[in-house]
Ligand binder design. Structure first.
Ligand SMILES: Nc1nc2c(ncn2[C@@H]2O[C@H](COP(=O)(O)OP(=O)(O)OP(=O)(O)O)[C@@H](O)[C@H]2O)c(=O)[nH]1
Length: 368
């Protein structure tokens, strides 16, 4: 049995963590977690960390003892410098909370790249974890909608770089911009995206701790994640009643199945494909053909098959990327955003008009 730690930092990280707990505890009741066992096979510990107490209160499926409030106003207002200071001041407290939960085989830290709290806490937390423990730590990072503004874009660019430099064993990307077709308004898009990420992570955890017909395990996952440029994405698809497993694999690998835009046949470096379902529906020939097609363009593909009676075929693909053209696009607009913010700051520093206006009343008092 694997011991797994999942940390959700900041609002986005908290919400995805809550979606994971909802799936794991069953959706029936808000109070299900108090009465029923979680559905994880592994020993999974979840911790939500945030500076904004309201974000923590909003969580419905994560136990109160698993929500750690780091007091700082109502968040750090997308300012990563403030966030870094707040983490540093509270590092001992945060690390003690983790230590108290025991030993782990693997850890996932979930965050948005673009806010203040999660994006600054995550690289620092990963660094602390890597210095203290020897289990692998993977960051699950949500990229912003491109129209969300210059501060979010520049945060995303610096956050990703910081996470890579933190010693993380890999970064799994999910992109709000790419996934925004999930829902009509922002809230339902968020919920849809959070559910997608939660479902994929739970499937992965299940697969890493399963008795499989063909086995993939944590060791294989580590090998996949260590390939490429340290960046990865996850694809998933559940077949309809009549869909052959071959089509489900193709769909999981196609843009509509992925969390981050990529042509995996061109950009992937290593992969792990796990197929789960009723034995009758899992044609070994079809599976082998599709996996060979992928391995002929990406190199090594680990293959896992989990037999579950009565289940429709579901396919999960973890893919590390050796190049990511979409990330290059993001960085090129982030550079414009950084320049824009810098120029604005310089302008504000040199423009004295407002000071001049105020100085006109220096030494005067209001008369009533
Ligand atoms: N997918 C998804 N993205 C979210 C969600 N909530 C916020 N985001 C995205 O996260 C980014 C903002 O980061 P947050 O996680 O809200 O910020 P934070 O880490 O709490 O930091 P501060 O609020 O600045 O202290 C934006 O790009 C949002 O689009 C969510 O529930 N799901």
């Amino acid at each position: 049995m694997l011991n797994i730690l999942i940390v959700g930092n900041g609002q986005c990280g908290n919400r995805i963590l809550d979606a994971i707990n909802r799936e794991a505890f069953g959706k029936k009741s808000r109070l299900a977690k108090f009465y029923s066992q979680q559905k994880y096979k592994s020993n999974v510990q979840t911790i939500a960390i945030n500076t904004a107490v309201n974000d923590l209160k909003e969580m419905k499926f994560t136990k109160a003892k698993d929500r750690i409030h780091i007091p700082h106003l109502h968040g750090v207002g997308a300012n990563r410098n403030v966030g870094k200071h707040v983490f540093e001041d509270n590092k001992t407290h945060i690390m003690r909370q983790i230590e108290e939960r025991g030993n782990f085989d693997v850890c996932f830290v979930i965050t948005s790249a673009s806010g203040g709290t999660g994006s600054s806490f995550t690289p620092m937390l990963v660094k602390e974890l890597k210095e203290k423990y020897d289990f692998p730590v993977y960051a699950v990072v949500v990229l912003p909608f491109r129209e969300e503004g210059t501060l979010y874009l520049q945060n995303a660019a610096f956050c990703l770089r910081d996470i890579r430099e933190s010693g993380a064993d890999g970064i799994i990307l999910a992109d709000n911009q790419f996934l925004k077709q999930m829902g009509g308004n922002v809230e339902s898009a968020y919920n849809g995206i959070n559910d997608m990420v939660a479902r994929r992570l739970l499937f992965l955890l299940d697969a890493l701790d399963s008795e499989m017909m063909m086995v993939t395990d944590l060791g294989d996952f580590k090998t996949v994640m260590s390939g490429g440029a340290g960046l990865a994405t996850i694809g998933f698809y559940e077949a309809d009643t009549d869909m052959p497993v071959r089509s489900a694999i193709q769909k999981a690998l196609s843009p509509s199945g992925l969390l981050f835009s990529s042509d995996v046949y061109k950009e992937a470096s290593r992969a792990m494909v796990i197929i789960r379902g009723d034995k009758e529906r899992l044609s070994i020939d079809e599976i082998s053909t599709e996996v060979e097609k992928l391995s002929s363009s990406v190199g090594h593909v680990f293959k896992g098959i989990i037999v579950r009676d009565g289940e429709l075929p579901q396919v999960l693909a973890v893919l590390t990327l050796e190049s990511a053209s979409e990330l290059e696009n993001l960085y090129s607009i982030a550079v414009d955003a950084i320049k824009y913010e810098r120029d604005k700051k310089e302008r504000v520093a040199t423009v004295k008009d407002v000071d001049r206006a105020f100085s006109q009343i220096d030494g005067m008092d209001p008369s009533y």
